[in-house]
Ligand binder design. Structure first.
Ligand code: PLP
Ligand code: TYF
Length: 394
């Protein structure tokens, strides 16, 4: 049996992580995998997580199974965080999943189950795992134009033109905030235009929100998701707690199915529980429980929000410093888009050859499509990166 296996393509982001580790040079900069790092290069356990873990260790009396959809208190807390009061609670079915990846996987399976012929429209580019899971599930994927290499912004006319090719029942995958891998995002007017198109054409939005709090703030980063959820008849939302709670390895996420028809909710809820059962039965609980404790405790929540805000502001100031340094070195505003981008990532918009040159000659590791993890920088390495970008001739 095993000899029938074919080797599968590696995850390029994870492969780059390994290449960085294997590089013996002392002066090297890791702008690869999307994990937050502070100025010392450490990915810390957030204070509120530590405090909640401590409390959990003291108070938890059982590790018995919870439920196929996870603890409803986790869903309630996350729905509050993401959707606020944009839609009635009765309109939302939700199930905990192993990370945001699990939420995406379950969402895709639900789409395939509900509408077997549906195509999924994805931004070009999008997070590579979207493509790889969709292809594994045998689903049809249609890219829509998104990033404009010339301006570093969104090619919005191209995006709308490509989405006009979608048919009723097709799904449009949108990043709720902090687009991965580009860092370029829609403004509110553009979001409304997308919503109008979705409604005119009968398209179903699926929102992937993995970086709430990393862009313009917790509320601002949820605004587009709230706008969509309250203005379309149905949508799916895949949320991750990995980044904003710093609990990557705990595998904590939530899939939400929103319908304005509250009678539909029970069927949606049962389907989400069914899909969990088919794939892994009960979802992980530890991270979800910590998140619930934090969101429901005034002091823990305030401390978490304060630390998250520090994280967000540190990335914003690194962006600004990089854009300023490049402005100083080149005498042009060509790289001003780096300060406009939001979230962990920016796509530089250069060729794989120059990305390779940055690695070979300067020990700077970014993804081949020129995506940089801004949190991989610090005050000392910003000028090093800026000089290298100019040196290789980006
Ligand atoms: N979606 C996007 C766009 C991401 O960048 C990530 C990042 O890790 C995820 C989903 C899911 O992350 P996780 O499964 O670690 O929660
Ligand atoms: O895009 C990133 O870097 C993050 C982390 O298979 C990640 O989303 C990368 C690769 C992967 C899973 C998560």
């Amino acid at each position: 049996m095993f000899d029938q296996l074919k080797s599968q393509p590696a995850d390029k982001i994870l492969a780059l992580m390994q290449a960085f580790k294997d590089d013996p040079r002392e002066q090297k900069i890791d702008l690869g995998v999307g994990v937050y790092k502070n100025a010392e290069g450490v990915t810390p356990v957030m204070r509120a997580i530590k405090a909640a873990e401590h409390r959990l260790w003291e108070e938890q009396q059982t590790k018995a199974y919870v439920g196929l959809a996870g603890d409803p208190a986790f869903a309630d807390a996350m729905i509050g965080l993401i959707l606020g009061d944009a839609v009635p609670r009765e309109a939302v079915a939700a199930a905990a999943t192993p990370g945001g990846t699990g939420a995406c996987r379950q969402a895709f399976e639900l789409i395939r189950m509900a509408t077997p012929g549906a195509r999924v429209f994805v931004s070009d580019p999008t997070w590579p795992n979207h493509l790889s899971i969709l292809s594994y599930l045998g689903m049809d994927v249609v890219p829509y134009r998104y990033f404009d290499n010339e301006t570093g912004g969104v090619d919005f006319d191209g995006m709308l033109a490509d989405l006009r090719a979608a048919r009723a029942g097709d799904v449009v995958l949108l990043h709720g905030c902090c687009h991965n891998p580009t860092g370029a995002n829609l403004n509110p007017v553009e979001w409304q235009a997308v919503i109008d198109l979705l409604n005119e054409s009968g398209l179903i939005p699926m929102i992937d929100i993995a970086y709430q709090g990393f862009g313009d703030g917790l509320e601002a980063d949820a605004a587009a998701t709230r706008m969509v959820a309250s203005r379309v008849p149905e949508c799916l939302i895949a949320a991750s707690c990995s980044k904003n709670f710093g609990i990557y390895r705990e595998r904590t996420g939530l899939l939400m199915a929103v319908s304005q028809d509250t009678a539909q909710r029970k069927l949606n809820q049962d389907t989400l529980a069914f899909l969990n059962r088919q794939n892994y039965s009960f979802p992980p609980d530890h991270g979800a429980r910590l998140v619930t404790m934090i969101l429901n405790d005034e002091a823990l929540r305030a401390d978490w929000m304060a630390e998250l805000e520090d994280v967000r502001l540190s990335m914003l100031s690194l962006r600004q410093a990089l854009a300023d340094e490049l402005q100083r070195l080149t005498g042009s505003d060509r790289f001003a888009f780096l300060a406009q981008h939001r979230g962990m990532f920016s796509r530089l918009g250069t060729t794989p050859d120059l990305v390779e040159k940055l690695r070979a000659e300067h020990g700077i590791y970014m993804i081949g499509d020129s995506r940089m993890n801004i949190a991989g920088l610090n005050a000392n390495t910003v000028p090093v990166l800026a000089r290298a970008i100019v040196d290789v001739g980006v």
